[in-house]
Design a protein around this ligand. Structure first.
Ligand code: FES
Length: 106
């Protein structure tokens, strides 16, 4: 799916994310600013924090307990649309979504 990442500077990075990749993998593989993913995607670091748009909010399955627990540890402001990008798997339904990266990850 086609996903747009918005870096902390406001710069928009459109990416075609392979099916099954996490949004964290796609962003780090493409050097998107504002994404860290220090734990490699095992939901243990909270440095892949992102804000998802309304479309993704409606489409994504709710965060599981481990994601919710890690969201307590994000460095930037936690918002209702805060998610961990390593827990979001790219699928066709997410096409056209936008993910905004916070000002800081640690
Ligand atoms: Fe560590 Fe997502 S990459 S929690």
């Amino acid at each position: 799916p086609h996903i747009t990442f918005v870096e902390p500077s406001g710069n928009q990075v459109p990416l075609d994310v392979p099916e099954g990749w996490s949004l964290m993998q796609a962003a780090t593989a493409n050097g998107v600013d504002g994404m860290l993913g220090e734990c490699g995607g095992s939901c243990a670091c909270a440095t892949c924090h992102c804000y998802v748009d309304d479309r993704l909010m409606a489409l994504l399955p709710p965060a599981q307990d481990n994601e919710l627990a890690m969201l307590d540890n994000v460095a930037a402001e936690r918002r209702p649309n805060s998610r961990l990008a390593c827990q979001i798997k790219a699928g066709a339904a997410l096409d056209g979504g936008t993910v905004t990266l916070p000002e800081c990850q640690e």
